[in-house]
Design a protein around this ligand. Sequence first.
Ligand code: PLP
Length: 477
Amino acid sequence: MEKNDYRNDTAVFGSEEMLQPAPADKLPMHGTRPEVAYQMVKDETFAQTQPRLNLATFVTTYMDPFATRLMNEAISINYIDETEYPRVAVMSAKCINIMANLWNTPEQSKWKTGALAIGSSEACMLGGVAAWLRWRERREAQGKPYDKPNFVISTGYQVVWEKFADLWQIEMRTIPLSREHPTLDAQAVIAKCDENTICVVPIQGVTWTGLNDDVEAIDKALDEYNARTGYDIPIHVDAASGGFILPFINPEKRWDFRLKWVLSISTSGHKYGLVYPGLGWVVWKDKKYLPGKMSFSVNYLGADITQVGLNFSRPAAQILGQYYQFIRLGYEGYKQVQSNSMEIARYLHDEIGKMPQFANYCDEVVNPLFIWHMCKDYAPTARWTLYDLQDKLKQNGWMVPAYSMPKDIEEMVVMRIVVRQGFSRDMADMLLDDMRAAITELERLEYPTPSRLAQDRNEKVNGSVFTHTGHKREKQH
Ligand SMILES: *Cc1c(COP(=O)(O)O)cnc(C)c1O
């Protein structure tokens, strides 16, 4: 039979294509029936785990049916086609206004200064580049060299900051996290600053730990330092998660534009902004902090909108999704959703903390995520590791990642849970039951697991506990 010689009633799984390997190198010569092509692609992307049982990701895995419909209907819209869809740009600007106000912007103009991004990664890049260009302009005006820029961040940084450093050739000065200083220490920050520091980057919702850097303390320390030295070192807050948690859970806490040196903030609309990927936002405290080189203004429908971004074409559906969520939920709605996530995270944190094998990394839960590790006195007696528990839970469909901590505390292996909208107390109880059952099985093992043996070997060699071999830095979602 010729490849395309099928009868219309040939069943998908009766087709020739389903007997053949899928194309991996070359464009196939002939086409395939849509039903078959659909099935092949669908099967290959068959979820390894139920997205909502994936407690590793920060990214939205649930939106209500109206949001889903709205976004699906907008799938063909390119954001950049402003002449065709001018209202989408206006809608994006409204979202920026709403976020700027959630973060207490002092900017008075009708349209606040910010930009749409594909995620926090692009948003962080834009915030970082703006700080870099501002610093360059100032140095140039002072007749000083501007070839050795640096920025200061904790080792709890997300991988985008490593990219920012490498791609733009900006030195990344890191401050180790430790048990004594589980977040970015303000005095250590100052010790790393000099005339070439373009900005300091505290994180709200550190990917590795779920904790918040103390932006207020860093702001205060920088204020004294800047006054003493005559520098103008600002803060960019990477609030990928925290940007949509703090305004609802802890509105009194000062981490945002209320602080003097916070000039830009980035967040992921597709994390606790509650929109499907990919969507990010960056907002500046005022138009004057966005270098002219990065922006261009367009004027339509009476709205003067500033456009900034690394991409040209980009999907518009996420903007509709974000604006829908703002209207659908309102402040109270977001607060309820985030409070539920917080409460369920705290519940899991308490229950896991009570398990005799485990200890929580921190007593408090400030974002709906937390990490824990094996108790110091239990770990040496266990025939298993958290990597084994991760594998066991996977068998029940749960994705709960185990990983080693960043530099300087890398000997510590932890497990993390991120609670998002779509995760209920009932699901938390199911997870806890599955965890207890898995641990019971692991404790019955007569012989140590391979990961346990590797860990012990490594202890003997290095005097420290096994870490993932050869990893430069594990990707943190
Ligand atoms: C997730 C995250 C990022 C990257 O965000 P994306 O939206 O995935 O691009 C950056 N910083 C922190 C702290 C994050 O948690």
